[in-house]
Design a protein around this ligand. Structure first.
Ligand code: FAD
Length: 515
């Protein structure tokens, strides 16, 4: 074995783009990987998709894509590269469904592992008191939903969009409207199987190899590749009452969101902000179809800023009357604009897979594969009014580039041992600017315009010391990564040197430089 560095190097942006240095060292070594005896195979031609992601702004070419059939394909590949030590510059990126925003699943001149081709045994579902599903890290959440529903079960915590992989969301957090009650997806995992940056296959959980377990959850792919996850399940409801209500005052909107969160009576709480919108939602989150289409026209905000709370209550058919009564009581405690209650009843699958409906429509119009300069922030509750006043009142003049989500979560219910970084307060808000840019436009819907506004929001947060943290973080310098992790930086670096000492894994996150 070659010598293992004690501390991994931190990245500097320039080193990531020094392609000549990398390719000279990588290519001959990568070709030698073909000697490995694998169940799957390397491709040096079928690699184009690995240069792309949903963000559609960063495109780096790998030297090869591994299409693994077994966990040992992944382990042998990484172990081979690890044993080359620093004589090689090869990096390895797991690619889930490629729905990153800034090249996080790419590996410049390295190897991208196509996780969706990993063929581990079929999903295994355990019924009983503490039900769970064992599933491949490359599996899509939508498939997990369909399979577990056959047993009347389903995972508890979701993302808004289900065509993402288990490994991809568990490397971040997986946050949606259920997170206030169940925590994010990373808090609903019992066990993981991980291939580390040394090529070891390790099973970990709260009881076994806990340091690796917590490190990998929310760990941005830095410590290992998730090949299998054991995800906790609950009894699945049949149906969902899905509601939207409008507010013209921010304080009423956020007070009501927090009130409902504390009552724990709804199953899902989200919300979004509508600034000076003059048309109906024209983007991927417009799936909602209220019963009375006439009412929907009131969503046009005509120069004003409106706040829309989105809530859902799960139920089974026989509970319908009881649930209606409960909802009526809960709504009577809120102070939304009375005429603006939109309510529809949908199946559980329709509710969870709602964004996919818009995806199909947008794909048909060629509007899905456009640049997505998204910005996701976690904002402490004590600063949310200050943030809203400036950002929705001054910085942004409209919300026509895409939805702006906004909802609180309660960290007291979250496990704080994972690698996920959140603000210091128990309650904080997820605010997500989910913009789509019109390719080659130089106007308000163009990429540059949107990026400038994102930067203005970030500058305001840092100038006003709001204690904001980025979700799905992206930084260009090591100082920024250090600041992001704060006191947890040392633990993060220590884990990197333990589990991936040559910084082989997930180079697209741009945190550590390959040794
Ligand atoms: P990829 O983009 O393929 O990979 C992401 C990162 O994880 C990369 O660094 C990659 O190397 C690493 N990785 C991938 N697989 C593995 C693995 N098996 N083991 C270790 N590391 C791995 N997020 C939320 O929390 N809530 C939402 O509601 C939400 N909605 C979204 C809606 C849309 C339309 C999109 C595009 C994204 C959304 N996201 C949401 C963000 C999403 O969770 C992340 O972008 C996630 O990483 C995407 O999963 P993926 O399978 O495409 O991962």
């Amino acid at each position: 074995l070659c010598s293992i560095p004690e501390k991994p190097d931190l990245c500097s942006t320039s080193s990531f783009f020094n392609s000549t240095a990398l390719s000279n060292k990588s290519l001959p070594n990568i070709l030698s990987l073909e000697k490995l005896n694998l169940d799957g195979y390397f491709s040096f031609d079928n690699i184009e998709h690995a240069t792309k992601d949903f963000g559609n702004r960063y495109h780096t070419h790998p030297a090869a894509v591994l299409y693994p059939k077994s966990v040992s394909d992944i382990a042998s590949t990484i172990n081979y590269i690890f044993n080359m030590g620093s004589t090689s510059a090869i990096t390895v990126a797991a690619r889930g469904h490629g729905h990153s925003l800034q090249g996080q699943a790419q590996a410049h001149q390295g190897i991208v592992i196509n996780m969706e081709s990993l063929q581990v045994p079929e999903m295994q579902i355990q019924v009983g008191e503490k039900p769970y599903v064992d599933v491949s890290g490359g599996q899509l959440w939508i498939n997990v939903l369909h399979e577990t529903l056959k047993y009347g079960l389903a995972p508890k915590s979701w993302t808004d969009y289900l065509h993402l992989t288990i490994g991809g969301t568990l490397s971040n957090a997986g946050i949606s409207g259920q997170a206030f009650r169940h925590g994010p997806q990373i808090n609903n995992v019992y066990q993981l199987e991980v291939v580390t940056g040394k090529g070891e296959v390790i099973t970990c959980s709260e009881q076994q190899n806990a340091d690796l377990f917590y490190g990998v959850l929310g760990g941005l792919g830095q410590f290992g590749i998730i090949t299998r996850a054991r995800i906790s399940l609950e009894r699945a409801p049949q149906k969902v009452k899905w509601m939207r209500i409008l507010y013209s005052e921010f304080s009423r909107f956020s007070n009501d969101q927090e009130h409902l969160m504390s009552k724990n009576s709804f199953d899902y709480i989200e919300g979004f902000v509508i600034i000076n919108r003059t048309g109906l939602l024209n983007n991927w989150r417009s799936a909602f179809s209220p019963k009375d289409p006439l009412q929907a026209s009131q969503f046009i905000s005509d120069g004003k800023t409106l706040y829309c709370m989105e809530i859902a209550k799960y139920f089974n058919s026989e509970e319908s009357d009881l649930v209606n009564q409960k909802i009526e009581n809960l709504l009577s405690e809120l102070s939304y604009i009375p005429s603006t209650l939109f309510m529809s009843e949908v199946s559980y699958v329709e509710f969870l897979d709602r964004v996919h409906v818009s995806e199909i429509k947008l794909r048909a119009k060629g509007l899905w594969e456009v640049p997505h300069p998204w910005l996701n922030l976690l904002i402490p509750k004590s600063k949310i009014s200050e943030f809203a006043l400036e950002v929705f009142g001054n910085i942004l003049t409209d919300s026509s580039n895409g939805p702006i989500l906004m909802y609180p979560v309660n960290k007291a219910k979250w496990n704080n041992q994972t690698s996920l970084i959140t603000p210091g307060e128990d309650i904080f808000y997820l605010v997500a600017f989910l913009s789509s840019a019109v390719p080659s436009s130089t106007g308000k819907d163009g990429l540059q315009h949107i990026l400038i506004h994102n930067q203005k929001v970030l500058d305001f947060c840092s100038k006003s010391n709001l204690g904001v943290k980025q979700y799905l973080p992206h930084y260009g310098t090591q100082e920024e990564w250090r600041a992001h992790f704060g006191p947890q930086w040392e633990v993060f670096v220590q884990r990197k040197s333990t589990y991936d000492p040559f910084a082989i894994l997930a180079p697209g996150q741009r945190i550590f430089k390959r040794r």
